[in-house]
Design a protein around this ligand. Structure first.
Ligand code: PGA
Length: 248
């Protein structure tokens, strides 16, 4: 299975900074053929990023989407707008959106439906908080988020990202065992929904992925890529992550 490694820049980088990053980053990864390399800049920098990645092996993603096609929805961005800006994928259900913008499972599901209808690939995020993990509820939370988020969704062009909230931006990465355990569980839940097709769905790990821990995380059986925040902001650091070393 081809790996999938995406940079989630969150609310970082202007248009000029995006262009500068890509001019440094693109040559550093131009020989990579076994990883889908994806960058998710803020909305304002999408068009410039699309321009910079022409004729490269880098793909573009948005960090969010709205489900309506157009109309009186101040501040929102439609699927068609993202496609026209050059996006092939969109991140949906990130924990920061769930936490700060009250995105519940039903909203996440509507967004996924709209993105897929428009032909966008979806990077669908799930993950438990520290409190939920300590209370032994990790699997329950993951099951609920997946079953609600993916209700009536087919698995084509779908990537699932497991991001334990306690590992995001904290420098506290899940151990390989913790990641593999939840990834295997996610694969099982996806199997209940999609049968054999679940084997082909890429499951990314996210949460303090760095050049130092990427090699061993990518060696876990059910880890098929990464969603990277902080360590994706510097071209050399993200290039090292994309060029992770395969452990035998
Ligand atoms: P982090 O963020 O790599 O900075 O922990 C990951 C994410 O939120 O996607």
């Amino acid at each position: 299975m081809k790996y999938f490694i995406a940079a989630n820049w969150k609310m970082n980088k202007t248009i000029a900074e995006t262009r500068e990053f890509l001019r440094n980053f693109s040559p550093a990864v131009e020989k990579v053929t076994d990883v889908d390399i994806v960058i998710a800049p803020p909305f304002t920098a999408l068009a410039a990023a699309s321009d910079e990645i022409q004729d490269t092996n880098i793909q573009l993603a948005a960090q969010d989407i709205f489900w309506e096609e157009k109309g009186a929805y101040t501040g929102e961005i439609s699927p068609r707008m993202l496609l026209e800006a050059g996006c092939r994928h969109v991140i949906i259900g990130h924990s920061e959106r769930r936490q700060y913008f009250s995105e519940e499972d039903a909203i996440v599901n509507r967004k996924i439906k709209a993105a897929k209808k428009a032909g966008l690939g979806v990077i669908f995020c799930v993950g438990e908080s520290l409190e939920e993990r300590e209370a032994g509820k990790t699997f329950d939370v993951i099951k609920r988020e997946i079953e609600s988020g993916l209700a009536e969704i087919d698995p084509e062009n779908l990537v699932v990202a497991y991001e334990p909230i306690w590992a995001i931006g904290t420098g506290k990465t899940a151990t390989n065992e913790q990641a593999q355990e939840v990834h295997a569980y996610i694969r099982k839940i996806l199997g209940n929904l999609y049968g054999n097709k679940a084997e082909d769905i890429r499951i990314l790990y996210g949460g303090s992925v760095t050049p130092d821990n990427v090699d061993s995380l990518m060696a876990c059986k059910d880890v098929n890529g990464a969603l990277v925040g902080g360590a994706s902001l510097k071209p050399e650091s993200f290039a090292r992550i994309v060029c992770f070393k395969k452990e035998n």
